[in-house]
Design a protein around this ligand. Structure first.
Ligand code: IMP
Ligand code: MG
Length: 179
């Protein structure tokens, strides 16, 4: 497992704050068009999606609701293979249009557990919006309707993404690399 305290790790900028801003605006427009006439419920997955969700909903020109679920599956930079629910939904979602907002989808294991759980609550529809899709590492099929960026490798930090709970506040997205 790699830790931040490991001083040999360097950060390399992959996506600048202004590139993120531009892409988030596009996603907001697309969602606004797709859900015209509806009132979707945005479900942010804590904690990683909090910045993306906050920026995204301000680019959506629709009435909407916001809720959060807490899920945890990673320790350091490696999946521990087990998903824990740390917070459940507060709003009723039966018959609603849900848009699940995730920071990054890697193996897809975390999200597939959540999707299964949300489907059992009988929403009218369920879509996934991920800031980053690491498609090459996918272990389970997931229908992801909205993707900010497709990135193939590396451990990423910033814009909500953490390494051992740190670096979420970086305004851009960086890869952690050995120097
Ligand atoms: P999955 O279950 O393998 O798809 O892992 C998804 C979760 O792991 C995400 O919600 C993130 O919290 C975390 N994660 C996966 N890859 C990264 C990364 O590169 N940086 C930071 N967190 C990551
Ligand atoms: Mg995380």
């Amino acid at each position: 497992m790699r830790h931040l305290q490991d001083l040999s790790l360097q950060r390399r900028l992959l996506i600048s704050a202004s590139d993120i801003e531009r892409r988030v605006r596009e996603l907001g427009l697309e969602i606004s068009g797709d859900y015209a006439g509806r009132e979707p419920v945005f479900v942010g997955i804590l904690k990683g999606s909090f910045i993306f969700l906050a920026d995204l909903v301000r680019q959506v020109q629709l009435p909407l609701l916001i809720d959060f679920v807490g899920l945890s599956s990673y320790v350091g930079t490696e999946s521990c293979g087990e998903v824990r629910f740390t917070k459940s939904l507060a709003l009723p979602v039966e018959g609603r249009d849900l848009i699940v907002v995730e920071d990054i989808i890697d193996t897809g294991l975390t999200l597939s557990r959540l999707i299964e759980h949300l489907r059992s609550m009988a929403p009218r529809s369920l879509a996934i919006c991920a800031l980053i899709d690491k498609q090459e590492r996918r272990k389970v099929e997931l229908p992801i309707q909205y993707v900010g960026f497709r990135i193939s490798e590396g451990f990423l930090v910033g814009y909500g993404l953490d390494c051992d709970e740190r670096l979420r506040n970086l305004p851009g997205i960086y890869a952690l690399e050995n120097s």
